[in-house]
Structure formats: C-alpha cells, structure tokens
Design a binder for this molecule. Structure first.
Ligand code: HPA
Length: 272
C-alpha cells in the first residue's frame, strides 16, 4: 500500500463517519489534550479505529480525532500525537496531517510542551511560534513527492502564517493573555538536550526547544495549509537552572497553565 493509498483510505473512513467539515484542526501536545473535552456535540474517533493509523505510546497522549463545535466553528482536534522518537518514520507520524488535509482542513494549529531556551522565559510562558529550526536530522517530505498535495521543493518562508499571527497577537492582547513570540527548534529526542546543545541553540536563534511540531508543520505547509504554532514553556531547557529535567515537570507546568492555555486556544480559533 502506498502512502497516498493509506491517506485516501483514512480520509474516506473519516468522511463517511462524520458530517462536520472543519476548516481548522488542532494538534494538542503533552498535558494539553483535554482541550478536546470542551468541544460541543463532539464525536470521538480513536486512532485505533482508523485504518493504517500510527498509535501514540507516550504518557499524557491518547490518540483520537475529536470532531465538534468550538467558538461557533466546526473543528477537529488530533488528541495526542506520535513522536519521531517513538521509532516511526516521519512520513508515518505525519500521516494524520495528510489525512486532515485530505478531508479539507485549511488551517492547522499545533501546540506543544517545550523547554525555554530564551532566558527571559519562565515555566508557564506561552510562545507563538514565528518560525522553526529543523534540527531533528530528518524530514517528512523525503521520499517520493506526493504530487496531489504539493510541490517537490515547497517554499516555507511563511510557514507560520504572519497574517494569522498578527491577528492572534492582537486578540490575545485584548484578552490580557501574555504571549511571547519566538523560534522553535526541534531535536529528535527522546533524551533532553545537553547544556552545551542548549547554549549552541541559543546562539543559533532558538527561543524554545522540543521534540515535535516541525514534521507536522512541514507536511501541513506542503499540503497548502496555514500553520499556527504555540509552545507552552513547561521548563527551562537543560543547563539554564541548577536542576535536572523530568517529564513530571512538563506535565505539572502544563497543568498549571491549563486555563490560560485554553483561553489562548479559544482566541486562536476566533482569529482563524
Ligand atoms: N526539551 C525538549 N523537549 C521538551 C522540553 C525540553 O526541555 N520540555 C518539554 N519538551
């Protein structure tokens, strides 16, 4: 079965199963997945039901598409995601994004938990992604180009659409939601970075570091979608503070900013 066949089969399954046709999709990161519970009239489709879908394995991620209404709009939430460090190819982990594109989604909102590289950030800072640095060592667009979706050599100079960011920043400010804007750098993980890597990344221009988002953003961009990215800075990156990094801190901080994060996602949906 080709990648294109897998995408088509999964898209057909969803289109037969749900009548909503969302223009906006959300991918929720570590500890942020419960936003999906706030959708009205929701229909949940576990990834395990969908033909050929990769299954997330990490704690804090449950795999499902949740279709529903939010801020007066039909939206679809990809609850939980599969990470590159789980051992699947980048083409596999981004399959859900191709499927979202195939069912007609036009804007992809990606959220993640990330380490703060910018020294002015604190755990709990919310950062709108202005651009990324792909330091993962891989690329989901490698391989036969999917001509149905986009060109061999896609332009990514406005991947995190500036027009949407302007609108989001304006609307977040109006609601007194503090929002930074910066560059997200992706490492493959699963280890957290070394302090030397973090110092290097700061020099390179990174403000936040994480293990996701870049593959999805690249595939969305290639598929002609506009991308919005938000990082929840759950911890300062390695070597910034005299303490060890631990996944429990990531989950704890995500829980602390829960309400503000929900408000920000509401604002983003209104801005799209
Ligand atoms: N590094 C990479 N990924 C992360 C981090 C980090 O410090 N925090 C949350 N996800």
């Amino acid at each position: 079965m080709t990648l294109q066949d897998k995408i088509t089969a999964a898209a057909e399954y969803l289109l037969n199963k749900v009548s909503l046709r969302p223009r906006v999709a959300l991918v929720l990161g570590s500890g942020l997945g419960d936003y999906a519970d706030t959708l009205e009239n929701s229909v949940k489709i576990p990834y395990s039901e969908i033909p050929n879908f990769p299954q997330p394995t990490v704690e804090g991620h449950t795999g499902a598409f949740v279709f529903g209404m939010k801020e007066g709009k039909p939206v679809v939430v990809a609850q939980g995601r599969v990470h590159y460090y789980e051992g699947l190819a980048m083409q596999e982990i981004t399959l859900p994004i191709r499927v979202l594109a195939a069912i007609g989604v036009k804007i992809l909102v990606l959220t993640n938990a990330a380490g703060g590289v910018n020294l002015s950030y604190k755990p709990g800072t919310l950062m709108l992604i202005s651009d990324h640095i792909n330091f993962s060592g891989a690329n989901p667009l490698i391989g036969k180009n999917l001509e149905k979706f986009g060109p061999r050599f896609p332009d990514v100079s406005d991947l995190y659409a500036a027009s949407l960011r302007t609108e989001i920043k304006k609307n977040a400010a109006a609601e007194n939601i503090p929002l930074e804007e910066g560059v997200y750098l992706m490492c493959s993980g699963p280890n957290y970075e070394t302090p030397a890597e973090i110092r290097a990344f700061r020099t390179l221009g990174a403000d936040a570091v994480g293990m996701s988002t870049v593959p999805e953003a690249l595939v969305a961009g290639h598929s002609g979608l506009q991308v919005v990215g938000v990082s929840c800075i759950t911890n300062m990156a390695a070597g910034v503070l005299p303490q060890k990094l631990d996944h429990s801190e990531v989950v704890e901080t995500a829980a602390k900013v829960h309400d503000l994060f929900h408000k920000l996602v509401d604002v983003i949906l209104r801005s799209c």
